[in-house]
Design a protein around this ligand. Structure first.
Ligand code: ATP
Ligand code: MG
Length: 686
């Protein structure tokens, strides 16, 4: 199903086309969410192949999550490209390392560690430091960060000091555990995930033979989501390139969400400095979301700061109008989850497919209450896009049968043959009525659908080809789409899209996450994560939070600071931020959430750097009113209200007494004396 080179450019706008059709050489697409970056690179790959510049086997496309890599393979196949590699950095490195290992090291490749924690604990014991699990976890992430940042145990203390890392214990001790961890791991002949990249890089850098063979094989490199590249991944990429410049990168600095792990948008933003002759394309048209969603997204990222924010472009929605995003506050999490499940049910009843609905949250632990709520309403779902798909019992059985059948396939076309094999492991004609049996049936049916998909895109696809596809998906943890609502963390949702998206648990302490509080860079990263969430929605966007965790619990939570300025004025929860009933947190800016530096800022409820949303005409009226009252009472005007208080009133426009009291400097006495007058003035003005 090969398409002509020009035909491949038909579905692109002029800027996308410029990037897709650029000749071999460096290309950089810097653009916001939903503008078609991934679409552009898949078309570029297809175009380069169709016009004979490279063969499919010479292309290596990398991205950051298994699901995104799978998505890229699916899109490539739909364009008629067969045989181009689209993998995560880790999967690519693993594959290459396995191939080159015998030549570089000699024996069988070492086993891959499932997680660092066990060996970090051993290392900590040998270093005689505390072995509390929390701390061990923190040390493990610190080691991960150091390795991703190409920092050795020897260099760790100096770098940690230079970068003002918040280290879980003294930097010298972390370094010691890190050093021991490497020792223990090497002695056990194990590799961790970072080693896959480190060793592959070393093999290419130190072994001319390996480098020659590799560079002969791969000629064209493409990186999606380049804003989240770590120094280690960049080093591997450079080793792949070996001084060549056939590289296409696409990314959005405002979607950088892995800085905590050492990633940086700098290589993306500095790409043209490195390759001055690069074709650079910026995209502004948002093809994914309705103008309503786009407007909200623009507001969210409009409040961002720091270097990534400097590169931001305002997105322009291209789709027809859709519903306004909805905001909802609940008493507790189960109530919130119940309401979300109820709304999902309505969408399903209205004909939205389950696979077009996602519930996204900040941390995986949040999924449980949603799993329960969906189960209660008998709504099928997949946690984190169903990464565990290939570990399901019936799927493992099915794989064994299919593998066997590939040697001697049953009669008929691919789909009929696959159905016949799966019938032996329990795929009936009609679905069972519900529960676990239905879930198993759904999973098996997904295998049939995959066969249908393959048969439609690859002419005469054989059983062998189908099984190879399954193996590849299993290795890359890329499950086929099962009809179910997606439950995923915001991190895992990057690059993906759904018709309806529920962003849940938008309360302070969860979004932004507690540990980010007080750290400006961390808060900015949380904001970008929120932006990633908002921009996943094509049409329907629901944002919700709850005031307490458990039913009947203290309603002491506050909604996320990122919601300020987003909620429409007429919304019941729009104006008056609920105050913490028990814990008093330090006052923070109502626009960016940062801690406020002085009393003036506290009074205004925003930091000096945030733009004022002051209604000047309203301020003038308030000042006139104050002058009149001051004259009557024979007091200087500031005794009625100070200038700063008037500015705060004009900015925040409270609509009831509670809102007035929430403004610093207005106590109960003032509310009693002037409250009604001020509120009626505000109402008149509105
Ligand atoms: P993200 O930053 O979230 O990864 P992206 O820039 O990679 O987003 P894509 O996923 O490539 O965006 O595209 C978003 C959606 O818009 C997809 O459904 C895609 O098919 C569609 N799209 C992109 N470009 C066009 C176009 N020129 N015409 C029609 N639809 C388009
Ligand atoms: Mg993308």
């Amino acid at each position: 199903m090969t398409k002509s080179p020009t035909g491949l450019l038909d579905g692109l706008d002029p800027e996308q086309r410029a990037a897709a059709a650029a000749p071999r050489g460096p290309v950089c697409v810097l653009a916001g969410a939903g503008t078609g970056k991934t679409r552009t690179i898949t078309h570029r790959i297809a175009h380069l192949i169709a016009s004979g510049h490279v063969s499919a086997g010479q292309v290596l496309a990398v991205t950051f999550t298994a699901r995104a890599a799978g998505e890229m393979r699916t899109r490539l196949r739909a364009l008629g490209v067969d045989g181009a590699q689209a993998l995560t950095f880790h999967a690519a490195a693993r594959r290459q390392l396995r191939y080159f290992w015998p030549r570089v090291v000699g024996d069988r490749m070492w086993d891959l560690l499932d997680g660092k924690l066990r060996l970090v604990a051993q290392a900590a014991q040998r270093t005689r430091v505390s072995t509390d699990t929390e701390i061990l976890r923190d040390i493990a992430s610190e080691i991960e960060w150091a390795k991703a940042s190409l920092i050795s145990p020897e260099d760790y203390p100096a770098q940690a000091a230079r970068l003002q890392r918040d280290t879980p214990m003294q930097a010298a001790q972390v370094a010691e555990v890190y050093r021991k961890y490497e020792e223990v791991k090497n002695a056990a002949r194990m590799l961790d995930f970072d080693d896959l990249l480190l060793h592959t890089t070393a093999a290419l850098e130190d072994n001319a033979d390996v480098a020659r063979e590799f560079r002969d094989r791969y000629r064209c490199f493409v990186v999606d989501e380049y804003q989240d590249v770590t120094p280690l991944q960049q080093r591997l990429l450079d080793a792949w390139l070996g001084g060549r410049d056939d590289i296409t990168v696409v990314g959005d600095a405002n979607q950088t969400i892995y800085s905590f792990g050492g990633a940086s948008p700098r290589p993306l933003l500095d790409f043209t400095r490195r390759f001055p002759e690069a074709t650079v394309v910026r995209l502004e048209r948002d093809y994914r979301s309705t103008p309503q969603v786009v407007e909200l997204a623009n507001k969210v990222i409009g409040a961002a700061r720091g270097r990534p924010a400097g590169s931001r472009l305002k997105l322009i929605g291209q789709r027809p109008d859709g519903p306004e995003p909805r905001f909802a506050e609940f008493d507790d999490e189960p109530t919130e989850a119940g309401a979300v499940a109820g709304r999902v049910r309505q969408l399903l009843d209205a004909g939205v497919p389950a696979s077009e609905i996602a519930i996204l949250y900040r941390v995986n632990a949040q999924s449980e209450v949603y799993e329960q709520a969906l189960t209660d309403l008998e709504i099928p779902y997949l946690v984190r896009g169903g990464e565990r798909f290939f570990e399901r019992r019936e799927i493992r059985q099915a794989m064994v049968s299919l593998r066997t059948a590939a040697a001697d396939p049953p009669a008929g076309d691919l789909v009929t043959a696959v159905r016949a094999v799966l019938a032996r492991v329990g795929l009936t004609e009609q679905p069972p009525s519900g529960g676990a049996a239905k879930e198993r049936w759904d999973a098996l049916l997904a295998l049939v659908e995959l066969a249908e998909e393959l048969a439609a895109s690859v002419e005469g696809a054989s059983m062998g080809r189908y099984v190879a596809e399954l193996e590849q998906r299993a290795a890359a943890q890329h499950p086929p789409t099962v009809e179910g609502v997606t439950l995923a963390s915001l991190h895992a949702a990057k690059g993906l899209e759904w018709d309806a998206v529920f962003l849940v648990g938008l309360a302070e302490g969860t979004m932004p996450i507690q540990r980010a509080d007080g750290d400006e860079a961390a808060i900015e990263e949380e904001r970008r994560l929120f932006y990633v969430g908002v921009t996943r929605a094509r049409e329907q966007l629901w944002l919700s939070w709850s005031l307490s965790r458990h039913p009947g619990g203290r309603r002491h939570r506050r909604r996320s600071r990122f919601l300020y300025g987003l909620i429409p004025e007429e919304h019941p929860t729009a104006r008056v931020p609920r105050r913490a009933a028990t814990t008093r947190t330090k006052p923070s800016c109502r626009m960016c959430g940062e801690q406020l530096a002085n009393t003036l800022e506290v009074k205004l409820g925003r930091c000096a750097r945030c733009p004022s949303d002051l209604d000047e005409a309203l301020l003038t009226r308030l000042k006139e009113w104050r002058a009149e009252r001051a004259r009557e009472l024979k007091v200087p005007p500031f005794v009625v209200f100070t200038d700063a208080t008037l500015v705060a009133i004009a900015e925040q426009r409270p609509d009831d007494q509670r809102g007035l009291v929430a403004i610093s400097g207005i106590g109960p006495t003032k509310v009693q004396r002037f409250g009604d007058e001020v509120l009626s003035l505000l109402r008149d003005h509105a």
